[in-house]
Write a protein of this length. Structure first.
Length: 289
């Protein structure tokens, strides 16, 4: 159970050990390239978002699963160090999830995820406690995410859903998320367009599309709003989208409207790409204020 008396956010999603290799360029089919020494860092879309929220001062619990191994210990330690409640994390018999990441000199990354323990989550694991906001992402079973969103809706908890990696969800799930968060590629896959109004037509109450260095664009009943990003020199873009989700959920849980929450999220995501790694790169609220 969540051990805190009051929880702003429950984050549902994956926890992975990130195995990161820097390369001059990505290999083509059948090609081998030489990279740097491997760096092992805590990651996973859900754990990343939870750490981002915790670093910003939110009262946040992480709902996920890790394995009975050293990678699981690494992830739990990172979550706790950011002030994240880990009372909802299950130790699975399956190995902790792993993300194999290559990072090129321009900071761009390519990722292959082996889900491991993340795939062992069930609907019976879902607990929302006193949360104001549920922040969910994929890399965990879709039925678990849909159940959590439905439970949030029934309990008056605002459901923020980062549809990453992209997957088809039921109309009932889409109709209750507020907002649906996607990047440009996911928007194209889902609606054939990066026009947020096209995504609104699919049923969510609001939509946010992240645009990388260009910031974000959102749409809700009040119209379309563009949020520019500050210019930064990228070092590593790994986990920037997760930082955005965690910061967006933090803004919403602490009383900001969607535009103001997205403005905070853009600042946090931009800051995160200026330092290597995912979770180690995330700022405190003082660093982006």
């Amino acid at each position: 159970m969540v051990t805190s008396n009051l929880m702003d956010i429950v984050v549902l999603g994956s926890a992975n050990a990130d195995l990161v290799v820097n390369v001059d360029r990505r290999p083509g089919p059948g090609e081998t390239v030489i990279g740097s020494d491997t760096t092992v860092l805590p990651g996973g879309k859900g754990a990343n978002a939870a750490v981002a929220a915790g670093r910003l001062g939110a009262a946040v619990a992480f709902l996920g699963a890790v394995g009975p191994d050293g990678y699981g210990d690494l992830l739990l330690d990172s979550l706790r160090s950011a002030g994240v409640d880990v009372g909802l994390v299950r130790r699975s018999d399956r190995p902790t999830g792993i993300a194999y990441i290559t990072v090129t000199r321009d900071g761009e990354n390519s990722i292959v995820v082996s889900p491991g323990a993340n795939g062992s989550l069930t609907v019976g694991d879902v607990r929302l406690g006193t949360a104001r906001v549920l922040a969910a992402s994929l890399e965990v079973p879709v039925p678990v995410v849909e159940h959590a969103v439905a439970r949030a809706s029934a309990s008056g908890v605002r459901a923020v859903l980062n549809l990453a990696p992209a997957a088809r969800l039921s109309a009932a799930t889409l109709s209750t998320v507020d907002p649906l968060v996607v990047n440009e590629h996911e928007a194209e896959w889902l609606a054939g367009s990066i026009d947020p109004r096209r995504l609104l037509d699919l049923g969510p109450r609001s939509v946010v599309i992240t645009l990388g260095a260009r910031g974000a664009v959102l749409a809700d009943s009040s119209g379309v709003h563009e949020i520019p990003a500050p210019k930064v020199e990228p070092v590593d873009t790994t986990g920037a989208g997760d930082a955005f989700t965690g910061a967006l959920a933090t803004g919403l849980a602490t009383g900001r409207d969607l535009v103001a929450a997205a403005e905070l999220a853009v600042l946090v995501a931009a800051f995160s790409v200026t330092r290597p790694g995912a979770q180690p790169s995330y700022p405190t609220l003082a660093e982006v204020s």
